[in-house]
Design a binder for this molecule. Structure first.
Ligand SMILES: [Zn+2]
Length: 1001
């Protein structure tokens, strides 16, 4: 894929010849079990798209044939719920717990442990449930598909109630005298998800905006309603919705489609007869009123007494149908242009009026009808009226004067750049297409491919600029809306504690009303569940999941692409990868000598640079211009550990450019402008940015509590850990909170320190360039780098003090946040204790995660997630749990990892499975930009290709003895004793675990 008009034409020109690929499937259709419904060559993604119908069962099948080795299969079902018991979500978890041909208690985890999968998951949406898997290995792909088909059509949920109890909810009662409690995986997961206002606001919006539709209930499950779900209703949901007639099946990539179709027909689909079941999803009837409806909900305000300025406001309207694709794309553009970007007038107007600390929203999709929202976080309740007026007035003004055309072009440019770059991170491309297809196919059988004509739509949308088209959308769906809802979400102090108390009372009351016989039944059911969970797997269970051989894997792997060069006098590491005409130029500055008091300001610079006015341009214009001319231009720190050292690192701050080769000059000039003439003394703007940063960090602590807690533990013993805390951890969050609270007092210091820090960091004598580009791009960098370096040379640098060494201090903290669950972490360093990381540990980690932690913390403990991480460079090891109802129990589980490893039993087959699964984390397809980043990190840290091959050989050759010998590592890590838990006030119940307890708000 290349980025110019000519190439687009050529792609289209190729269409005819590539259409031949389709021929074979179409030819096969008349005599086969399938009939062809329609087919189309999808030029934008170079894929033959074919829609088939399975004759006997009525299953819908979508084939996407292309040369992508990362093959993907997905079974999807339309599953609109009618209540908030979370039944679609609990089914999603449960069907992967054993099926007819794979009677193991947990085939999903068996695959996670033993497959070379590149993606393995299942997801519940508001109106559909999808089961996607992907792999680059053909044999593995067939195994995965087999297990997934078996799971969705023949799950073992009918055979016993245990899966429902474990994944959904169950009573916990050890003996008749104990307190009655409720636990379950989805129950805990949703408790965690609904702990924060950000986690509930989307559900609350849909509940009040579309109350008469399936979107008005919570498909994930409301913890207060989940216990209303009975086993029988649970089974009925599967019986009704998981029939091929209600299915959407995808096969994607470079695989033998004929053979895959035959397999699906013979093994599964032909066993079913088509039924007349078409769950209908109805649109929300409009209220036909110009007057908005006002609604109000509460969220947990935690322990704090200060609830002032913590309200959320949301302005919401219904928009158009998901089937109008062009309009949906226009809506996406408008979301950026009007609400979400730095140049968005709605955001600017609200910020200027001092309403709230963070503004986001726009049009949302993945439902039959789109909705529009503007959400404001941390506002004062009395500002509600002004909020509504400002949103309306600003949009009315925009429509009247015409929406900024340059801004629309900028948003379209970024969308097009991202599409052509096709960097999906770790996500399989096939899955991205599949989710796009379901945006229309789920509601219209004839519209499977409408979302895949991306480039044509972008051209059309460019043509519609200046015609009034965009303004009409705003008028139609927002200003003239006859269905508007204004939501206020306010904090209530101790809401969670109150709810927990109420639940405990309700359960105690319920228990009181039970006859001794019924109590006895609950005790024995809970006991039976624990016994079922603790039973060692049978031979049959162990051996039912197919797996690969060690010989299917090579110790050789993707090489590093590093060539040392000098470009315009700057030390350069060049990465020779195919970049499709894009130049990735990352100019890094080593800031290892920056005195520590300035490090948090470096963390802040990431959010400030490029987002304040320069001498030449306002920040809005700057932001539009950058979007119009580049894929992105950002300024961010990058910390790389030294390979083989317990605690060495290099700290860089990067200017990161993603541009077409002819825009390199633009990016270099703009970087110089930002770094030499940014107005770092714009009081109002700085305050707005800092409020936003605080809000983002808050969200991170709430949604990624495990990584936040683990990072905190590493700061107790590692210098790198200390640096990361200052740059972006809890310490940084406290720094930002304090700045915001005492803004006026600290303003002068803030302004001065930002400038000093910036000038210190961007020192040309500390620069190193990481470059991936074609010849034109390289030449452009060579030509434009000197001017940028010259400009930085002229910055006014002053002496900030001697470089310092971090001295880690062990604090062992409990960090209380407004949450109903815990994130429990422990860490330590193995190198300091004399252990050397080896490939063997990667295989052990795989078993510790799946055979031990998962069983103890998720299956038995009811937490949503858990895992251990081992860093090969530093030797840091961390154990974490995610959305965990427990704390002390989880820490006890960590204490016995060594014992588990020491007593590990496995025959050759089991060992091999563990080896294969461990490789799946390493052998994932990489985009060019990922290859370049991996290569640069290796260059800096000092890892060689030989190191990697040695580690892989160690993984491949692991023996049971070697496995067990690593037990000492886990004992050592636990005994080092570094621990931190982020979570609810439950932390206070285990004071023995913590030296300090702090409260974050
Ligand atoms: Zn889930």
């Amino acid at each position: 894929m290349r980025y110019n008009r000519k190439e687009i034409q050529k792609e289209k020109g190729n269409t005819m010849s590539e259409k031949k690929i389709i021929g074979s499937y179409a030819d096969l259709a008349p005599n086969s079990a399938y009939e062809l419904v329609y087919e189309e060559y999808l030029g934008d993604i170079k894929t033959a798209g074919i829609i088939l119908r399975h004759r006997k069962s009525g299953a819908r099948v979508c084939l996407m044939a292309n040369d992508d080795e990362n093959k993907m299969f997905c079974a999807a079902f339309k599953t609109p719920p009618s209540n908030s018991t979370g039944v679609p979500h609990i089914i999603e978890h449960s069907v992967l717990n054993g099926s007819k041909n794979y009677p193991s208690r947990d085939p999903f985890m068996a695959l996670a442990k033993s497959s070379l999968q590149t993606f393995l998951n299942a997801m519940t949406f508001p109106d559909k449930t999808i089961y996607p898997v992907a792999s680059c290995n053909d044999k593995d792909f067939r195994n995965l598909m087999h297990v997934y088909m078996d799971s969705v059509f023949y799950p073992n949920i009918y055979k016993s109630k245990f899966t429902f109890m474990q994944e959904g909810w169950h009573y916990e009662l050890d003996s008749a005298d104990d307190e009655l409690r409720i636990n379950g995986v989805v129950y805990s997961e949703m408790k965690g998800a609904m702990s924060s206002p950000e986690g509930i606001i989307d559900d609350e919006i849909n509940l009040h905006l579309q109350p008469d539709t399936t979107y008005g209930v919570n498909s994930g499950g409301d913890p207060e309603v989940i216990p209303e779900l009975s086993y029988e209703e649970f089974l009925n949901f599967h019986r009704t919705f998981y029939h091929p007639s209600n299915s959407y099946i995808f096969v994607y990539g470079n695989c033998d489609m004929d053979e895959r179709l035959r397999f699906m027909d013979e093994e599964y689909l032909s066993n079913f007869d088509e039924i007349d079941f078409r769950p209908e999803i109805r649109p929300q009837p409009r209220w036909n009123s110009k007057e908005p409806r006002y609604c109000r909900s509460v969220y947990d305000g935690g322990e704090s007494d200060d609830l002032e300025g913590k309200a959320f406001f949301a302005f919401n309207t219904m928009a158009g149908s998901s089937l109008d694709v062009l309009e949906k794309r226009a809506c996406d553009v408008l979301s950026t242009v009007l609400v979400n970007s730095d140049f968005a007038p709605v955001k600017t107007a609200l910020v200027n009026a001092g309403i709230g600390e963070d503004i986001y929203g726009g049009f949302s999709g993945h439902m039959l009808e789109n909705t529009f929202s503007v959400i404001v976080k941390n506002a004062k309740e009395e500002d509600l009226g002004s909020f509504v007026d400002i949103v309306r007035d600003t949009l009315a003004k925009e429509v009247e004067k015409g929406i900024n055309e340059k801004a629309i072009r900028a948003a379209l440019n970024v969308a097009e750049f991202n599409f052509r770059e096709a960097n999906y991170g770790g996500f399989p491309k096939g899955l991205d297409y599949c989710i796009n297809i379901l945006q229309s196919w789920l509601y219209d059988d004839s519209a499977a491919f409408t979302y895949l004509h991306f480039l044509d739509d972008i051209e059309k949308l460019k043509g519609l600029i200046g015609t009034g088209y965009y303004e009409d959308i705003v008028r139609k769906y927002i200003l003239d809306s006859n269905h508007t809802m204004i939501l206020t979400l306010v904090p209530e102090k101790g809401l969670t504690d109150r709810k927990n108390r109420e639940l405990a009372e309700k359960l105690a009351e319920y228990k009181k009303g039970l006859a001794p016989k019924e109590i006895g039944r609950i005790v024995s059911e809970a006991k039976a569940l624990r016994e079922y969970q603790s039973m060692p797997p049978t031979e049959e269970e162990l051996n039912c999941i197919p797996y690969l051989e060690r010989s299917d894997i090579s110790p050789e792997t993707v090489p590093f692409f590093n060539e040392e060069k000098t470009v315009a006098g700057v030390k350069t590491v060049f990465h020779d990868v195919d970049t499709n005409g894009i130049t990735y130029a990352n100019l890094y500055f080593d800031f290892g000598k920056l005195p520590h008091k300035y490090v948090p300001y470096a963390g802040l610079l990431m959010a400030v640079l490029g987002r304040v006015d320069t001498e030449k341009r306002s920040f809005e214009d700057l932001s539009i211009d950058i979007s119009l001319n580049t894929g992105s231009l950002t300024f961010e720190p990058c910390i790389i550990g030294k390979y083989g050292a317990a605690d060495g690192y290099r700290a860089f701050f990067g200017i990161k450019m993603r541009v077409l080769s002819d825009k390199v000059a633009y990016a270099a000039e703009t970087s110089a402008e930002i770094l030499t003439s940014s107005k770092l003394d714009d009081r109002t703007r700085l305050k707005a940015i800092i409020a936003e940063v605080k809000s983002e960090k808050q969200r991170e602590i709430m949604f990624s509590g495990s990584s936040v807690a683990a990072a905190r533990t590493r700061s107790y013993f590692s210098k790198t850990g200390c640096l990361n805390e200052q740059l972006g951890g809890i310490e940084f969050y406290q720094f930002v909170s304090d700045l915001l609270e005492n803004f006026d007092d600290r303003y002068d210091e803030l302004k001065e320190n930002l400038i000093k820090t910036k000038n210190f960091i961007f020192d040309p004598s500390n620069a190193i360039l990481s470059l991936a580009a074609d010849e034109t791009g390289c030449r452009a960098v060579e030509e434009n780098l000197p001017a940028l370096m010259g400009a930085l040379e002229g910055l006014d640098r002053e002496y900030l003090g001697e470089p310092e060494e971090y001295v880690p201090v062990c604090r062992n903290e409990g960090v209380i946040i407004a949450s109903r669950v815990q994130y429990v972490a422990r860490s330590g360093n193995m190198r300091k204790a004399g252990f050397k990381p080896s490939g063997v540990l990667n295989v052990v980690k795989n078993s510790v995660d799946i055979d031990y932690l998962y069983q103890q913390i998720r299956v038995k403990g009811g937490a949503y997630g858990c895992g251990c991480s081992i860093a090969a460079d530093s030797g840091n090891v961390s154990f974490t749990s995610f959305r965990d109802p427990n704390l002390k129990e989880t820490d006890e589980v960590y204490s016995k990892i060594g014992e588990f490893v020491r007593n590990y039993e496995a025959d050759e087959t089991e060992m091999t499975k563990g080896v294969i699964g461990a490789f799946s984390k390493f052998d994932r397809p990489m985009s060019s930009v990922q290859k370049a980043a991996r290569s640069f990190a290796a260059y800096i840290s000092g890892v060689t290709y030989e190191d990697v091959v040695r580690e892989r050989s160690e993984m491949l050759g692991i023996t049971l003895e070697q496995f067990r010998e690593t037990a000492a590592v886990f004992d050592e890590i636990y005994s080092q004793g570094y621990r931190c838990t982020v979570g609810s006030s439950k932390i206070r119940e285990v004071p023995e675990l913590f030296d300090n307890i702090i409260v974050l708000d």
